[in-house]
Design a protein around this ligand. Structure first.
Ligand code: ADP
Ligand code: MG
Length: 283
């Protein structure tokens, strides 16, 4: 995957937008029936940047991502995609601009890897013209970039968790959208594959110009890769900005209730968060 990712050359480079925010929520209330998860939440996803969202379990990260991708209708407020209300655009229109990798995606029973990745092309296909060279090329590039070519003919349900995760990422890449929303994309991956995938996302952002949004649990990865960090707690934005600007021991304590030490990461010079845990009490 490392080799492939450095050779990424997607045909569809990012569109040039005049708006500053690729995507934003304007004072939205997000709820599951009576269960309000976020009230009057305003979040901006800057165009062309790599945004990372972090926050404790259950604080509403996936709910926010679902609303940003038009899957969840806010009870009030609005969501703008390239400056236009996302709910005034059709599913297909939105899917051409924005791809979502959900947190726990479930593949149809018995589907082959290549067929699942090919589903990413759905928004580009016309019903009377089912498959084109452009579709083929996009699927191949996505599979190469994520290193899943070798098991193209395998059933998705026979793969390891990590391999399966890379297949889902390939499907999202095959959609060739300028905006990608990724909900915990590195779950199930070992450390080397996590870094490879994060590097691939960084290439997509820096080389291809895609706007990326990822929910991550690993705060050190978040600090290393994010241009723009959004910290959420209980449905509220607590801090936004570049990791170097905003991440402090007090903020980590406030958001996660975790006592930590912050040092500069010697590789990237971004905040490196070292939990104190029980060791602090005994030392
Ligand atoms: P996070 O991704 O930050 O862990 P979620 O957005 O998944 O959090 O969940 C936020 C809250 O919304 C949780 O209390 C969760 O139980 C609730 N929730 C999530 N999905 C649903 C759903 N489909 N129906 C009802 N409640 C939900
Ligand atoms: Mg989640």
């Amino acid at each position: 995957m490392t080799q492939a990712s450095s050779q990424l050359s997607f045909a569809n480079t990012a569109e040039i937008h005049t708006v500053q925010s690729a995507l934003e929520t304007k004072s939205v209330t997000l709820a599951y029936e009576q269960n309000v998860i976020a009230k009057n939440l305003s979040v901006e996803i800057p165009n062309g940047k790599f945004t990372v969202i972090v926050g404790p379990n259950g604080c509403g990260k996936s709910t926010l991502l679902r609303s940003l991708s038009r899957l969840l209708l806010p009870q009030s407020g609005e969501i703008l995609l390239n400056g236009e209300n996302i709910h005034s655009q059709s599913t297909r229109e939105v899917a051409k601009k924005l791809g979502l990798l959900p947190q726990s995606a479930i593949a149809p029973n018995g589907i082959k890897v290549i067929d699942l990745v090919s589903r990413g092309r759905f928004p580009h296909q016309k019903w009377f013209q089912p498959w084109s060279e452009a579709d083929q090329k996009a699927v191949e590039l996505a599979m190469q970039a994520t290193g899943v070519m070798d098991f193209a003919q395998h059933n998705v349900d026979q793969l390891s968790g990590g391999q399966r995760q890379r297949v889902w990422v390939a499907m999202a890449l095959a959609q060739e959208t300028s905006l990608l929303l990724l909900d915990e994309p590195t779950t199930y991956l070992d450390i080397a594959h996590q870094i490879e995938l994060m590097d691939l996302f960084q290439d997509l952002n820096r080389v291809q110009g895609h706007t990326l949004v990822a929910v991550l649990h690993d705060l050190n990865h978040a600090c290393r890769y994010a241009d723009h960090l959004i910290m959420i707690k209980a449905g509220k934005v607590i801090a936004t900005g570049s990791p170097n600007e905003i991440v402090t021991e007090d903020l980590i304590k406030q958001v996660f209730g975790l006592s930590c030490l912050i040092l500069p990461d010697p590789i990237s010079n971004t905040p490196l968060i070292i939990p104190r845990g029980r060791a602090a009490k005994t030392s």
